[in-house]
Design a protein. Structure first.
Length: 461
């Protein structure tokens, strides 16, 4: 790599690291947050979902802004916003302020990941792109190690609040590197922002998810539940209708004519729903039911993350050489096997015999899957539209996590006890199998898919 490429890759990694850090840190902190601020399982769900609602609904807008106004501008907006929201979270006096700040943090996070990946796809070509995405995957996965460990240490020895201000360190370094890069974004002459589409998407997703989260408490017979759910679905349908005629759509629907793009995103929906469910359930169950400290619960996921860090770059290179189809098929099936091994967990929990084998196998499958999945989707579109393509894929991943956490109470039958843990493991395995089947049936390797690749950026994308 050239020096500018190395600098770009470092900036992309650090910017994404911030968003991934909070995604894993929060699960370890949830029991301590609930113990101090109250609110039960509903508060825990909303602390996670407030972030995912704004992240998932605004990430499409961020991708469009990234392609139109420049990736570096979008990165700066996300970094400053994330830093401010993290400080508010650290001093939140009650659940309401905490949840609102998490929503703001999610909105800022929407500006980080897609623009980071778009920087990589716009600066790297061919085999180098696959390896760069693999390195990005491996290094940002480091947040999965640092997040639970930092969260656990602060929860056990200081306070969960300190865990959130640690974001300031990578944010400061990234802003300094952006200054050193010394490049300016070029605004596209026809650049426009679809504010109406952004509002429809945000309120549509928000209404539907609110209903799913509160349904176990109020029931489907409540006007609050069915009314907000119906309104949410209607608004999101209007958002999709608007994308057909908008001059500058947030979601260019012609992208979904590209086989690897739409198939990869369906696989993403299943795989990332399973990942979110597994991460939430394992971390919270180990603390609330198995009696693990927050630090030990954070360390429990270390084997999975180590597998990702060690193998992701290699898997990215191998996928570029042999094509993504076999990796996207085998990886989810391996993770399904790891999930089913968690059915061996009993009370009391024996980590070494009951959890560790499943977590290692899960980590192997994850390493096999993620880099090829990302490369297959972004490689299917023209680099000029890599911002919105990355945004769509990240939106699908975050919405998948949002929806699965919103339905958590139904999955575990109202209680995250041992039976609920086993139910979640079975659902996780089923989702992974679905992701593997979709990849096998739909994904085509580049020699086949090239004729279906995105030929050129649409004028209004």
């Amino acid at each position: 790599m050239s020096r500018p490429q190395r600098l770009i890759l470092t900036i992309a990694i650090l910017a994404s690291f911030v968003a991934f850090l909070d995604g894993t840190l929060i699960n370890v902190a949830l029991p301590a947050i609930e113990a101090e601020l109250g609110g039960g399982l509903t508060t825990q769900q909303w602390v996670v979902d407030a972030y995912l609602i704004t992240l998932g609904s605004l990430i499409l807008l961020a991708g469009s802004i990234s392609d139109a106004f420049g990736r570096l501008l979008v990165l700066r907006i996300g970094l400053y916003g994330f830093a401010a929201a993290s400080v508010v979270i650290a001093i939140a006096p009650d659940p309401v302020i905490l949840i609102v700040a998490r929503a703001v943090q999610g909105a800022a996070g929407a500006f980080l990941v897609p623009s980071s990946l778009a920087l990589i796809t716009s600066r790297f070509d061919g085999a180098m792109r696959g390896r760069a995405i693999g390195i990005w995957t491996a290094m940002t996965t480091g947040a999965m190690i640092v997040g639970p460990l930092i969260g656990g240490v602060f929860v056990d020895y200081l306070s969960w609040r300190f865990a959130f201000v640690i974001n300031i360190v990578p944010i400061g370094i990234t802003l300094w590197l952006l200054h050193r890069l010394g490049e300016r974004d070029e605004r596209r002459p026809d650049a426009r922002i679809d504010w109406i589409g952004a509002a429809l998407c945000t309120f549509g997703l928000g209404g539907a998810v609110f209903a799913l989260i509160e349904q176990p408490n109020l029931g489907w017979g409540s006007p609050v539940i069915w009314g907000t759910f119906a309104a949410g679905i209607l608004l999101f349908a209007l958002f999709l209708w608007r994308q057909r005629s908008a001059t500058t759509p947030m979601l260019p629907l012609d992208l979904f004519r590209i086989r690897n793009f739409w198939t990869g995103n369906i696989a993403t929906l299943f795989v990332y729903a399973a990942l979110s469910l597994n991460g939430f359930v394992v971390t919270v169950y180990l603390q609330q039911e198995a009696g693990f400290s927050a630090t030990l619960a954070g360390l429990a996921s270390l084997p999975t993350t180590v597998m990702m860090v060690l193998l992701s770059a290699s898997m990215g290179s191998l996928s570029d050489r042999f094509g993504p189809r076999v990796f996207m098929t085998v990886g989810p099936l391996v993770m399904a096997g790891g999930s089913l091994l968690l059915l061996a967990v009993t009370d009391p929990v024996n980590y070494w015999l009951q959890l560790l084998p499943g977590l290692i196998l899960f980590g192997l499958g994850l390493a096999i899957t993620v880099s090829p999945l990302t490369a297959a989707i972004l490689g299917a579109v023209d680099p000029a539209r890599s911002g919105i393509a990355s945004a769509v894929n990240n939106a699908v991943a975050r919405i998948a996590g949002l929806l699965i956490i919103a339905t958590l109470a139904t999955i575990v039958a109202g209680s995250l006890d041992l039976d609920g843990f086993h139910r979640a493991a079975i659902v996780t395995a089923g989702l992974m199998v679905a992701g593997g089947i979709v990849s096998f049936l739909g994904i085509r390797n580049p020699t086949v898919a090239a004729v279906e690749a995105d030929p050129a950026p649409a004028t209004g994308a």
